[in-house]
Design a protein around this ligand. Structure first.
Ligand code: F6P
Length: 325
């Protein structure tokens, strides 16, 4: 592979607040350091179909404040196939793209890794997902904003829960990880969190809720991490059946969690990671994700960051437990 002159950038998978700040940072830092930057629309599908536009610094003006992604996003089925990735490679040759920066979550970085290995192509990942489930980074772009959005929603739910002395099961996103649910439960002063990393049975939950609601509290909030089989509805129904004395309601926050203007923390994270991604290319790094650990930018090999066992800090369970009495 010769000298890298042109870098393609795309966003893939579920969008997250701060992706635009990341696009801006890569574009500006890239141009500053003498690269041409090409924006690829609609994730890997756009790479396959050649939906590409060269970016100037003006193309990314005014986007740091905006949620979503100006490049649009997709979960490409075609890119999961060898043929799809071959077409994507041909687009790179045609467009003279010498390296790719992929902003996305686990699935997107898995795709980037396959592509990089098959075609010996330099790819750099940036962790863009609200779920914070990528290994090797303390935070992902969008996680902080989403926690703040959830917190604001739950604060409002608390008002009505207090007025009616009700129990609310509030379902939040997170795919297979409980980071959003556990941390938001602490931030909202919730009574309990149900996360995939920890088994919760209904009796345990009822005892826990009763402890709060019968003593000093006027309401009870349980944050539930989404799950196709046992989400907020499941727990609410079980509690209603087994403990009819409780007045139970459910609130599923859904996609409102993914929108909105990014927080200061996410804008700064995305900006530093964008500069870090260009530095990685200049240093000759290949097939790594830009992460942040203890406030330092780090490079995490793709094979590590897509591991599915990112450590869930069990101390957070104790914090919530002790503070919700
Ligand atoms: O990965 C981000 C995420 O928002 C998950 O938390 C959630 O499970 C999923 O995407 C929802 O995806 P979609 O937008 O396709 O419904």
């Amino acid at each position: 592979m010769g000298k890298i002159k042109t870098i393609g950038i795309l966003t893939s998978g579920g969008d997250s607040p701060g992706m635009n700040a990341a696009i801006r940072a890569v574009t500006r830092a890239g141009i500053y350091n003498g690269f041409r930057i090409k924006g690829i629309y609609r994730g890997f599908d756009g790479l396959i179909n050649g939906e590409i536009k060269e970016f100037s610094t003006e193309d990314v003006s005014g986007i740091i404040t905006r949620g979503g992604t100006i490049l649009k996003s997709a979960r490409s089925k075609e890119f999961m196939t060898v043929e799809g990735r071959q077409k994507a490679y041909e687009t790179c040759l045609k467009e003279e793209i010498d390296a790719l920066i992929v902003i996305g979550g686990n699935g997107s970085l898995t795709g980037a890794r396959e592509f990089a290995m098959e075609h010996d192509f330099p790819c750099i990942g940036m962790p863009g997902t609200i779920d914070n489930d990528l290994y090797g980074t303390d935070a992902t772009i969008g996680y902080d904003t989403t926690m703040n959005t959830i917190m604001e929603c739950v604060d409002r739910i608390r008002d009505t829960a207090n007025s009616h002395e009700r129990i609310f099961f509030v379902e939040v996103m997170g795919r297979d990880a409980g980071f959003l649910a556990q941390n938001c439960a602490i931030a909202c002063g919730a009574e309990a969190a149900i996360v995939p990393e920890e088994a919760t049975d209904v009796d345990q939950l009822a005892a826990f809720m009763g402890r709060g609601i019968r003593k000093s509290k006027k309401s009870c909030i349980v944050i539930v991490s989404e799950s196709p089989k046992c989400g907020a509805m499941y727990y609410a129904d079980r509690v209603k059946q087994e403990f009819p004395g409780f007045d139970v309601r459910v609130s599923i926050l859904g996609h409102l969690q993914r929108g909105g203007s990014p927080s200061a923390r996410d804008r700064i994270l995305a900006s530093c990671m964008g500069v870090g991604a260009i530095e990685a290319i200049m240093q000759g790094q290949r097939n790594v994700m830009i992460g942040v650990r203890n406030n330092d930018i780090v490079y995490v090999p793709f094979s590590e960051c897509i591991r599915t066992d990112k450590v869930f800090d069990k101390r957070l369970i104790t914090v919530l437990d002790e503070l919700s009495i």
